[in-house]
Design a protein around this ligand. Structure first.
Ligand SMILES: CC(C)=CCC/C(C)=C/CC/C(C)=C/CC/C(C)=C/COP(=O)(O)O
Length: 292
């Protein structure tokens, strides 16, 4: 980020970045952009912030030197029109802002480092086919088709109940992931090749990872409703973890997309468990199904 003192064009205090190419307000995109200075008095939409006024009047070294004609011109001169909100960058962002930007920077850096199967020519390009096989194992379509098939074949009420809830869980997952992807609209990493097996339109976005939510949701569901030997239980957890990791290795996602995906999938299971469908609370659903 250019130093405010070096790129002074006008007024003291608040900094605004006006760029024609970078993302607005983002210091990460400030390269080549023109930085302007604007009085905090004019950058605040309403009233005068007393702290800013004090700084402007007496404590600003810039102002004291008297090297800025507009600042020195006195209160009678009309303040310049405020820049659009998206062109401004606060000089003293909050601790949360700094923490989030740092997390984002670490996320992007780590995701790029881990994206070793992003292309055939990448350092681990030879394991890309295996990663893509894993991708299919966590895709929504095989899970939906498999559940519907088992539901049709099931001849016990207990089995039907579990499968009905599994179907509900899968549909809830698709809905929530599509909703969040559509709201957040985070682009997939630049190094991703968009060569995925059947996608929905929101799947051009990466936050959260749908494979990670499914991995967490399905593994929790299986561990709670299937009686499995310990090695198989370990395998289920391992599958979920490796599937999440493979999303970053394939370059499909950043680490935070997968981490949040795991969290969301875990929480989705809690919702499904809480709303557990049974012939007692959803008799119509079960009667309809039994007439198929
Ligand atoms: C069969 C029934 C009852 C309903 C069909 C519902 C439906 C719209 C299914 C679509 C399944 C589908 C195409 C899911 C996309 C899965 C996917 C590619 C997710 C992206 O994962 P990500 O980890 O890259 O975010």
């Amino acid at each position: 980020m250019p130093s405010p003192r070096r790129s002074v064009e006008g007024r003291p205090l608040g900094v605004s970045a006006s760029s024609s190419s970078g993302s607005p307000g983002s210091p990460a995109h400030g390269g080549g952009s023109r930085f302007e200075f604007q009085s905090l008095l004019s950058s605040r939409a309403t009233g005068v912030d007393p702290a800013c006024a004090r700084l402007r009047a007496s404590e600003s070294p810039v102002h004291c030197r008297g090297s800025f004609p507009q600042a020195a011109a006195g209160p009678s001169q009309a303040p310049p029109p405020p820049l659009p909100e998206e062109d401004r960058m606060d000089l003293n962002p909050s601790f949360l802002g700094i923490a989030l930007r740092s997390l984002l920077a670490i996320d992007l850096w780590l995701s790029k480092k881990l994206g070793v199967c992003a292309g055939e020519s990448s350092s681990w390009g030879s394991v890309r086919p295996l990663m893509k096989l894993l991708e299919i194992s966590g895709h929504g379509i095989p899970w939906l088709v498999g559940t519907l098939y088992c539901l049709c074949r099931s001849d016990s009420w207990a089995g039907r109940e579990v499968l009905m809830n599994l179907l509900f869980a899968l549909l809830l997952d698709l809905l929530l992931v599509a909703l969040i992807k559509g709201l957040v609209r985070r682009r997939r990493p630049a190094h991703n090749q968009m060569d995925m097996f059947v996608t929905l339109s929101v799947d051009k976005y990466s936050f959260p990872s749908g494979h990670a939510t499914r991995a967490a949701l399905m593994s929790r569901f299986i561990l709670n409703h299937l009686v499995l030997a310990i090695p198989l239980r370990v395998l289920v957890v391992l599958w979920a973890f490796v599937l999440g990791l493979s999303r970053v290795m394939l370059g499909r996602h950043n680490v935070t997309d997968v981490a949040f995906g795991f969290f969301l999938g875990y929480m989705q299971y809690s919702i499904v468990d809480y709303c557990w469908l049974s012939p007692h609370n959803a008799p119509v659903l079960f009667l309809l199904w039994s007439q198929q």
